[in-house]
Write a protein that binds this ligand. Structure first.
Ligand code: DHB
Ligand code: FE
Length: 278
């Protein structure tokens, strides 16, 4: 049986990848954001994860608006990254764990989630930037299961459905035959809107509400419709759905190990939250 060691949820803003590539993480603009990560890495090192379930949204690299699965799960032996237009360097391919991916797929389909299964899958900044933040020296020892949620093209899956989807993934992980330490990494958010009249919109009050609810009351977030979430968090703030899925994966009671909230990084309220099961 596998062991879910906890979750690390973080923003995935491409400018973070650019700051790493340019070596400017110690500059005043970036320092308050990057300074949150060494304690998260210390926590992570002590818990020795073998596998990371990365819950993220694709931004037009692997899927585009013409074909947009609500939920997609990678089942590949490796995942290459490419730059979908932000100018950040692609990262070394990340190893997959197809057997675990298929065990998850079997479970979620049994639980009536009709997922898209991807035996080839490119991963974008929403998957690679968090890996860079957590493993700055590289992540060759880690295998991943990418889980892509449609937070981009409406209709989006409801927060309630996202929580249940995560719970179904968690069931598969706990039942998995091999003893693996599994980390859930949810990416995106928090509040942000990149386009239109409300470009630059941030909502620290709603972000705080989300961070608090995610610890032990994620169901509070399921009372919001996806349109209400867009209104409260901004159009790309709907990426909070990834965090809700991730919280469902972990399940049970949790303790907040650490939190950092810093606005803005680029156009986004940047946050980091580490939870572990109690
Ligand atoms: C930004 C944030 C995102 O979540 C993203 O995917 C792209 C850009 C930003 O704030 O620049
Ligand atoms: Fe994004």
């Amino acid at each position: 049986m596998s062991n879910i060691i906890g979750s690390v949820s973080t923003s995935h803003i491409p400018a973070i990848g650019a700051a790493i590539a340019r070596g400017v993480t110690e500059e005043a603009y970036w320092k308050p954001f990057f300074d949150a990560f060494p304690p998260a890495r210390t926590w992570l090192t002590a818990r020795k994860p073998d596998v990371v379930v990365v819950v993220y949204n694709d931004h037009g690299l692997n899927f585009f608006l013409d074909k947009m699965p609500t939920f997609a799960i990678g089942a590949a032996a490796e995942y290459r990254s490419e730059d979908e237009g932000w100018g950040i360097p692609p990262q070394k391919a990340t190893r997959g764990i197809p057997e675990l991916s298929w065990a998850i797929i079997e479970q979620v389909v049994e639980d009536e989630f009709d997922v898209t299964t991807c035996q080839e899958m490119l991963v974008d900044h929403a998957c690679t930037v968090p890996l860079q933040l957590l493993w700055p020296e590289g992540w060759d020892d880690i295998r991943i299961v990418p889980v892509a949620i449609n937070t981009v093209q409406h209709p989006l899956p409801s927060a309630a459905r996202c929580l249940k989807f995560g719970q179904s993934i968690g069931k598969a992980l706990r039942a998995y035959k091999e003893d693996l330490n599994i980390l859930v990494a949810s990416t995106g958010g928090l509040s942000h809107q990149l386009e239109g009249e409300r470009a630059g919109f941030l909502n620290p009050h709603f972000d705080d509400l989300c961070l608090n609810a995610l610890i032990n009351k994620p169901e509070l977030l399921t009372k919001y419709t996806t349109h209400e979430i867009v209104e409260l968090a901004g159009s790309q703030g709907a990426e909070i759905l990834n965090w809700i899925v991730g919280r469902g994966v972990m399940g049970g009671e949790a303790r907040e190990v650490l939190r950092n909230y810093h606005i803005p990084i680029s156009n986004t309220a940047a946050a980091l939250q580490v939870l572990e099961p109690v």
